[in-house]
Design a protein. Structure first.
Ligand SMILES: NC(=O)c1ccc[n+]([C@@H]2O[C@H](COP(=O)([O-])OP(=O)(O)OC[C@H]3O[C@@H](n4cnc5c(N)ncnc54)[C@H](OP(=O)(O)O)[C@@H]3O)[C@@H](O)[C@H]2O)c1
Length: 234
């Protein structure tokens, strides 16, 4: 884990900041991505890392972020596509603009970040992509139609990508959590109180687990996490 070069999107958010903290504690060299520079600086808390503020829906930002990472650290070992936006709105009220914004953030941007970073991930001895999907990558919930579509898309392309690249040395994993106690779930599921919810640190631990298993012969393609109070295997 020490010195591994990891790019993480949405590093200033609830889950992203927990993943960032966990990776800092393992001695990784981090690239923190997100629109809000202040949030990224707060998470970095003066520690050495690359802070690249920008919008992942902007293709030029994706290209420059990869270039800057390689210029600064000499390569990329791990890409964590964590940034995302949620939605809680009746189907008939969703505009084309909202559809595009959610699909672009949750599916298109990770797709092209993977594509842009892959030449460098392939050169790494432990090239790894971890895409943070959601339980909605498997299920449809009322009021979350675009969010579900975007996470199904993220899971779908991750499956295809993993098959194209596992023999070329790059592993692609998906983590699909249920409700995690962050600002996002307060918007997407205002009915939940926080009681018994997953914590951002649970997702961070799962990221560490996947990274630590990188040189093992066994692979976990996808890890689904749900609240302990929910019925298992649903
Ligand atoms: N919370 C849950 O219940 C839950 C459950 C399952 C899966 N997830 C997934 O986990 C991931 C993290 O969610 P979270 O709960 O930590 O939410 P969060 O606290 O709202 O964080 C989301 C992050 O995404 C970044 N982001 C959004 N749009 C962006 C854009 N266009 N360009 C760059 N960065 C952008 C935001 O950064 P800025 O504000 O700086 O732009 C923010 O830091 C998401 O993919 C989400 O779908 C969450």
């Amino acid at each position: 884990m020490n010195n591994k070069i990891c790019m993480i999107t949405g590093a200033g958010g609830g889950i992203g900041s927990a993943i960032t903290e966990a990776l800092f504690s393992c001695g990784c060299r981090l690239v923190l991505m997100g629109r809000n520079e202040e949030k990224l600086k707060k998470v970095a808390a003066g520690r050495e890392c690359l802070i690249l503020p920008g919008d992942i829906c902007n293709d030029d930002y994706i290209k420059k972020a990869v270039e800057k990472t390689v210029q600064t650290y000499g390569g990329i070992d791990v890409l964590i596509n964590n940034a995302g936006v949620a939605q809680s709105k009746p189907f008939e009220e969703i505009s084309m603009e909202e559809y595009d914004m959610i699909m672009n953030t949750n599916a298109r941007a990770p797709f092209f970040l993977c594509k842009t970073a892959l030449p460098y991930l392939q050169k790494s001895s432990c090239g790894t992509i971890i895409n943070i999907a959601s339980v909605t990558a498997h299920h449809g919930y009322a009021l979350q139609s675009v969010y579900a579509a975007s996470k199904h898309a993220l899971l779908g392309f991750s499956k295809a990508l993993s098959k194209e690249y596992y023999q070329k040395g790059v592993r692609v994993h998906v983590i699909s959590p249920g409700a995690v106690f962050t600002d996002m779930v307060k918007v997407s599921r205002p009915d939940l109180t926080g009681e018994g919810m997953l914590l951002p640190e649970d997702i961070a631990e799962t990221v560490l687990y996947l990274m630590k298993m990188r040189h093992s012969a066994s692979v976990a393609d996808e890890i689904e996490l749900h609240r302990g109070t929910k019925e298992p295997f649903m």
